[in-house]
Write a protein that binds this ligand. Structure first.
Ligand SMILES: [Zn+2]
Length: 379
């Protein structure tokens, strides 16, 4: 079975998806190698997860007969496909199934997720929204004759492409005059860089990274960046100083992680600046209550959340209004607000479907005065 990697775009598409009829079953499999190092331990975990999902489908009294039958089919398919899944390298899986509506998606996660199965109107993506931001990063390393492309998240990169071109060594003259020989070499190097850029675009076009880092000898970095497709060039995020052929994936990963952390810090600084300007101009809001109101009104442009912040709250089953309290009447239509265990996660999922930006702030005192959460508003 095919498993896809988690990306911000995929998350947004899933969050926005609502089958016209039937329910979606969402299942999260924890494959943490520390807890489930052996196949039997993983097998037991999967068995107990499927049992819990089975009970949920059987006992949920709000389900119609057809919905229950469809969900049982989904469960049987999940069980079948988990048996043949290659989850190598994944620390967790998220599975979203509504087979009758054409949805069956397995996402590989770089970090484990612990969450009970959920049956709902749409894919329950909330537990995934805090994972590494879901951002895809790439590193392109190239010298005069070879290139490596690594992709993944900030905490896990894997080599996805390798290009080796037969460019003559500079000292292997083979009978040419020095200047003609040199021109020939430069042409070959240019061709090589063009080919590298072509392979990079072909590999990444279907799922563009949020940032691309380049590692190349000084004289090649500029020409390589020039050769990139414009879509990739606009995602350039800096250069890494590495030996292209003799650096391990782990070492590239370590250098890239440092750089990505610095870039994200800059993004956070910029967002905090916009937040301060927003407060000055009446286009920002702080604290859970105000933020939930803005999310309900679809006014959020950038949401800033302290990493790890969760809070219980309420949701109107009729109009979708989010509130910091549950049990009372919806201010819009009077329907009783249902309790949600973590209204922050629901708000984040909602904001992602509205194409707004979400930033998780780690070890930053700035959101403190806003009680853990704040938003820059569109209007
Ligand atoms: Zn309502």
């Amino acid at each position: 079975m095919q498993a896809n990697e988690l990306s911000r775009e995929r998350l947004r598409d899933l969050a926005a998806l609502q089958p016209p009829e039937g329910k979606v079953l969402s299942i999260f499999v924890n494959l943490d190698p520390q807890q489930f190092a052996t196949a039997p331990a993983r097998g037991t975990e999967v068995r107990s997860l499927l049992d819990r999902a089975g009970r949920l489908v059987r006992d949920d009294e709000s389900l119609s007969r057809d919905e229950r039958i469809a969900l049982k089919e989904d469960l049987a398919r999940i069980e079948r496909e988990l048996g043949s899944l290659d989850a190598k390298g994944a620390h967790g899986l998220a599975i979203f199934a509504a087979t009758r509506a054409g949805l069956f998606e397995v996402l590989k996660l770089a970090e484990p997720v612990t969450h009970d199965p959920v049956v709902a109107e749409r894919p329950y993506v909330e537990p995934l929204t805090s994972l590494d931001g879901g951002d895809r990063w790439c590193v392109l390393l190239a010298n005069r004759r070879s290139a490596r492309l690594l992709c993944g998240s900030r905490s896990h990169l894997a080599e996805v492409a390798l290009v080796e071109d037969d460019v003559h060594g500079q000292h292997d003259q083979g009978g040419w005059s020095q200047s003609r020989y040199q021109r020939g070499i430069e042409k070959e190097v240019q061709d090589h860089l063009r080919r590298v850029a072509g392979v990079a675009f072909a590999t990444l076009r279907r799922r563009m990274p949020v940032g691309l880092l380049i590692g190349a000898p000084h004289e090649l970095a500029g020409p390589l960046e020039e050769a990139l497709h414009p879509y990739l060039r606009e995602r350039l995020a800096g250069r890494l100083d590495v030996d292209v052929e003799n650096t391990s994936v782990d070492e590239v990963q370590r250098l890239a992680a440092e750089r990505i952390a610095a870039i994200q810090r800059d993004r956070e600084d910029a967002a905090l600046e916009r937040l301060a300007e927003g407060f000055a101009g009446g286009r920002a809001v702080g604290g859970l209550e105000g933020v939930l109101r803005a999310v309900t009104e679809q006014r959020v442009q950038t949401l800033l959340v302290e990493a790890g912040f969760t809070a219980p709250g309420g949701k109107c089953p009729r109009c979708g209004l989010l509130a910091a309290e549950s049990g009372g009447p919806c201010p819009a239509d009077g329907t009783t607000l249902q309790a949600c265990a973590d209204v922050v996660a629901v708000a984040i999922g909602r904001v992602l479907t509205q194409s707004a930006e979400v930033l998780w702030l780690q070890d930053r005192p700035e959101p403190g005065p806003h009680r853990h959460i704040a938003a820059v508003l569109r209007f």
